[in-house]
Design a protein around this ligand. Structure first.
Ligand SMILES: Cc1cc2nc3c(=O)[nH]c(=O)nc-3n(C[C@H](O)[C@H](O)[C@H](O)COP(=O)(O)OP(=O)(O)OC[C@H]3O[C@@H](n4cnc5c(N)ncnc54)[C@H](O)[C@@H]3O)c2cc1C
Length: 330
């Protein structure tokens, strides 16, 4: 995933080599978000030979404006936090293929082989997959242009910015109703719009949301057709799928809660995934394949957050180290 418009200062990466296709690394780390970056630091401090293949640096963090729940910083921008991650990783001079995407990971005996979109293959005894997730998008005009300026995909992260504001929540499942509840508790006025009929969320959650009836509008079978706004979201245009009537709703923000897509396609033939396509890991970050570990949003770990991915990255690296020690390989 690349994020156009981001201008990371990559001068700090000068001197970092590319991974060697002829080498056999102790560990390949796939990803460039908090999970992968933290894993890289932990692995390097264990003096493992490590290579990092990162589609970009920062991952979802790089798309975030203000972060208020990463310990050590009252508030920090996603760009600043990303720069700090990169600087810390760079300190260990880890060979890095930045901008490369791993297309497939396979196994030759006990060795893992990661093939990239640049037609290179890198080999290692262990892999930490921390490729994150991407939000399912509405794909309507205005959405991409206004991300972070009224268009939000993470209520835990951004709901506090909408205290007493007017907000649309899109979706009809547990994520949408949880987002609506978070916003209603902040005295926001919420219109919840579902594409399909009825609600797919748990009854108890629907009931909790409905308790805020004075500040709530629930509409099903609605399609968002456009998000409007110059510098920030100002309104959304919706279409009633039954009557075909169009309506313009004035809102300060729109939370799109229509599901997440884990970036796990590259290992779908290798490791066990759950129904959502997440890599199944145990509490040590082990998958069903010995030597293959998962960390962060791409896995079935609950609550997708920066600090959680970072913690999982640390745990995955330490477990992988134990695995290598157990095999007598380091
Ligand atoms: C708009 C927004 C705001 C958010 N705000 C907050 C917040 O305030 N606080 C908070 O705690 N959390 C927030 N989150 C959630 C948080 O960003 C994620 O939980 C966290 O970034 C997950 O880290 P990760 O390393 O698991 O994955 P990601 O951050 O998704 O990183 C995945 C990395 O893997 C790379 N990658 C993917 N596929 C491949 C491939 N095939 N080959 C190579 N590399 C690949 C990507 O390029 C990326 O570098 C927010 C999320 C969004 C979208």
């Amino acid at each position: 995933m690349d994020f156009p418009g981001l201008s990371l200062d990559l001068s700090s990466l000068a001197g970092t080599s590319r991974p060697d296709p002829n080498a056999l690394y102790d560990m390949l780390i796939i990803g460039g978000g908090p999970g992968a970056m933290t894993a890289a630091v932990y692995a390097a401090r264990k003096t493992l030979s490590v290579a990092l293949i990162a589609g970009d640096f920062g991952g979802q963090v790089a798309t975030t404006t203000d972060i208020e729940n990463y310990l050590g910083f009252q508030v920090i921008t996603g760009k600043e936090l990303t720069d700090r991650f990169v600087e810390q990783v760079q300190h260990f001079k880890i060979p890095t293929a930045k901008g490369d995407k791993v297309e497939k990971i396979s196994q030759e005996g006990e060795i893992f082989v990661a093939r990239t979109d640049k037609q290179e293959s890198f080999r290692a005894r262990t892999v930490i997959l921390s490729t994150g997730k991407r939000n399912r998008h509405l794909n309507v005009p205005g959405e991409q242009e206004l991300v972070g300026r009224g268009v939000a995909y993470c209520a835990i992260c951004d709901a506090p910015l909408y205290k007493q504001k007017k907000v649309a929540v899109i979706g009809g499942g547990n994520s949408a109703f949880t987002a609506a509840l978070d916003l209603l508790k902040l005295e926001a006025t919420v219109v919840l719009l579902n594409f399909s009929a009825g609600w797919q969320a748990d009854e108890v959650l629907v009931a909790a949301v409905k308790r805020y009836s004075d500040k709530l509008r629930l509409l099903s079978e609605q399609q968002v057709i456009r998000i409007e706004g110059k510098d920030r979201v100002e309104a959304i245009h919706i279409l009633d799928r039954n009557t075909q009537a169009e309506e313009r709703l004035l809102v300060n923000g729109i939370f799109i809660e229509i599901g997440l897509l884990p970036n796990s396609e590259l290992v779908q033939d290798l490791v066990q995934l759950n129904e959502q396509g997440e890599v199944i890991v145990d509490c040590h970050c082990r998958t069903n394949v010995p030597g293959f570990f998962g960390a962060g949003d791409v896995t079935n770990v609950p609550h997708k957050q920066i600090v959680i991915s970072a913690g999982e990255g640390a745990k995955a690296a330490l477990t992988a180290y134990d695995y290598l020690v157990g095999k007598g390989l380091v």
